[in-house]
Ligand binder design. Sequence first.
Ligand code: 3HC
Ligand code: NAI
Length: 705
Amino acid sequence: MVSLTESVRFETEGAVALIVIDNPPVNALSWHVRQGLAHGLARAVADGASAVVVICDGRTFIAGADISEFGGAPQGPGLHEIQAAMENAPVPVIAAIHGTALGGGLEVALCAHYRVALASARFGLPEVNLGLLPGAGGTQRLPRLTGVPKALEMMTSGRHIDAAEAAECGLIDTVVDAGDDGDHGGELGALRRAAVEFAERAVAEGLPLTRVRDRDDKVLEARGDEQLFADFRASIARKTRGFLAPEYNVRCIEAAANLPFDEGMEVERELFTELVTGPQSAAQRYAFFAERAANKIPDIPRDTPLLDIATCGILGAGTMGGGIAMNFANVGIPVTIVERDQASLDRGLGVIRKNYERSASRGSIPAEAVEQRMALITGSTDKGDFATCDIVIEAVFEDMELKQTIFRELDSICAADALLATNTSALDVNAIAAVTSRPESVIGMHFFSPANVMKLLEVVRGEKSSDTTVATAMAVAKRIGKVAALVGVCNGFVGNRMLFMRGAEAERMLLEGATPAQVDRVLFDFGFPMGPFAMSDLAGLDVGWKESTSSGSTVREVLCESGRRGQKNGRGYYTYDPETRAATPDPEVERMIVEFATGKGVEQREVSDQEVLERCLYPMVNEGAKILDEGIAIRGSDIDVIWVNGYGWPLYRGGPMYWADSVGLAEIVAAIRSYGESLGGRHWELSPLLERLADDGGHLHQFSN
Ligand code: 3HC
Ligand code: NAI
């Protein structure tokens, strides 16, 4: 065994050379890995090895380029050089894959003559999620192995496929079933042996040194087929609106189908360079690291003991409780869901079943998963059944008295070390915890609707929540596939508190002369899936509205009083087509707004799109800065994680804090001062932190408490 660089070793088994990469945590292609690969290949050839196996130690094959190197000065050999050395090696080169072969990692494997992989391995070109395209020949080689339709789907979605699918589409040559090889070096040992055997067989049988770049058979079908690409573009248009990378990936695959390999590589190089130096990818790479940073809680040691969560209880099978239960069942954790009566329970379980059936009919889960997952969810009307649950999440009506009564009961029922969580969207978690004898075990877990779909989870730390409680809630979030951010107790926590500011200003602009359609269009064009008024209509205009207390004091109240309830009765800020649900601006609503404004003595005028944008987003930025100043969020980047994953902030703009920095804090401070003078209101009161950062040339997205 010889160390080639700090992260790459050279080993031999008989006449076969092994290049072993060990660059924790994910064997990213840092410069010393590239250097090691280059040295290893040269040495294998110089030593007269009969074949070369490229294999990794640790938890995974190469998971991609080292994203943290992007934007820095280039160091070490380029990937293309190494790939050429692999492809042109005079002896067979075999990639031995376990864990995940992603991005640049898969692109390295595509330059081996053969690929063998464990049955548990996964493969993908997820660059699109970082605002990129595979820039090491992946766009030209993947379609040559899998065919164009598969490559289009994989590269524009970033989806990982498993070994069975990879073998079926031609991406890999052999699947290694490691069986019960535990005594002989585990799965990795089995992979190593299988790869060496494959190499020896390749030599003995004189298998051809196949270069993927030379293959055309799989792309011929798509050559000149403009319709195929047009149809594919149409199929992803809605989902990828505003993003550059998906379209650029398609263009590269089009080049793979229509052009010789080297010309296709030119297209890839040009488009990759444009993306990697552009603002969208910078924002998306920032978001990647922001999501991971959000998992780290500075004052909680990494080795804090976690509770073992094997069973989950949910109280309330309504909109949220049902969705939350699905998250746990989806990852195999048994759930006990308790309702106040049998009828409510049956209704709740019925909705869960229908959701699963819909997913199965769309093909997003296998048909048999419906019954498997339903079998993990046990309904009950007896809270006593929570006695054996490791975590209980309360999702009953938003009513402090009710929640306190319930937490007193949970305190007497649940095991001493159970974690007790509330899904309240605005109530004081400390006041809920205070009625128990164990406030240290109580925490907020604020899911977003629909809870089985939305990625975000705000974990709300009570003033007495213990380190173990916080760390366990964060770990549970990760296990059920959520993106979590830790926040403190305040009205609306982080996300809704900022949303209130936007909502208040959007309504105010209606009085001044903007229309719901204009405000929504400006935010839609900015990249949100919908604007605030379309969103209100979707959620129901009457959520939180009561006829008995309504006093016609806002546009929304006026609309509710006139019987408008939003999409559910076809009339809200817009009128909805009963068949298509298409929204049309309603002159009646505009008349009501003008009347309301006149009654308030507000003069109507033309409001520019730029003003709409600034007045919607700057109060959010200002509130975000106040949230940071109060220590409610740990980092500016956590706020961005919340807005991207829970509120549809366009990923390619990073998040409100990142975006504010890109606009320039000094410019925003000047605008807030000026709006504040003419408009007044709490949300225009300038945050001292924002002012300070603007003066010092600091950045919100880098701010950390
Ligand atoms: N570069 C640098 N660091 C990386 C990285 C990468 N490609 N991938 C992961 N990391 C880091 C993470 O930041 C994290 O660091 P931390 O512990 O300090 O926070 C650590 O590795 C572990 O990552 P995760 O928490 O995400 O671990 P998981 O086990 O949950 O997931 C994974 C592992 C599936 C590999 C996931 O990390 C992932 O999806 N990584 C990104 C893969 C990717 O996008 N590859 C393409 C890169 S671009 C490219 O290759 C360009 C090429 O075409 C030229
Ligand atoms: P919901 O009205 O759809 O469901 C509440 C359920 O709790 C009902 O099925 C009801 O029968 C049940 N319930 C009430 N009292 C009970 C009791 N004593 N014992 C057992 N079950 C009882 O309400 P939803 O929307 O699911 O909200 C639940 C909680 O989640 C609230 O605190 C809400 O603020 C919060 N939340 C709601 C979001 C949303 O978008 N709907 C988003 C995030 C949080």
